[in-house]
Design a protein around this ligand. Structure first.
Ligand code: UDP
Ligand code: MG
Length: 139
């Protein structure tokens, strides 16, 4: 993956609430191409591994429990400046601080249950994409 790809997950809260279609529409309208996508569920072990970077943070266990609580949509998205533009599209971590019209402003309910993940660097986008997808599942 080069600098034109990012990785996302539609989180269990948004899947449960029936927002997959609306969120994918926003992603489409913003000009991202879907390079990989699946509906899947993380085990607590896999969620813990994915968020290993946050292991020392006070919200780690809560985050792992939440992210393994139900199905998610994992996807690799392609666009120029993908990582930065996607972070702009999803908005701030805390939905009360997310800009109007962003995915988190529209669909998140709290700082923990915030509807969607977006990779924060090209390096992490690559790592997170490979964590979820085999080479034969990326197009
Ligand atoms: N999170 C949380 N409490 C916090 C901060 C973060 O539960 O105080 C959760 C939230 O789901 C967030 C994830 O941990 O999306 C990862 O945190 P990060 O700071 O990386 O935010 P993001 O990159 O997702 O905006
Ligand atoms: Mg992050």
């Amino acid at each position: 993956m080069a600098g034109n790809k990012t990785f996302t997950m539609i989180k269990p809260d948004a899947v449960k609430a029936g927002h997959i279609g609306a969120i994918l529409a926003k992603i489409n309208e913003a000009g991202f191409r879907i390079a990989a996508m699946k509906l899947t569920k993380l085990s607590p072990e896999k969620a813990g591994e994915f968020y290993e970077v946050h292991k020392e943070r006070p919200f780690y266990q809560e985050l792992v429990d939440f992210m393994s609580s139900g199905p998610i949509v994992a996807a690799i998205l392609e666009k120029d400046n993908a990582v930065e533009d996607f972070r702009t599209l999803i908005g701030a971590t805390d939905p009360s601080k997310a800009a109007p019209g962003t995915i988190r402003a529209l669909f998140a309910t709290s700082i923990g249950e915030n509807a969607i993940h977006g990779a924060d660097s090209d390096e992490n986008a690559q790592r997170e994409g490979s964590f979820h997808f085999a080479a034969t599942e990326m197009f």
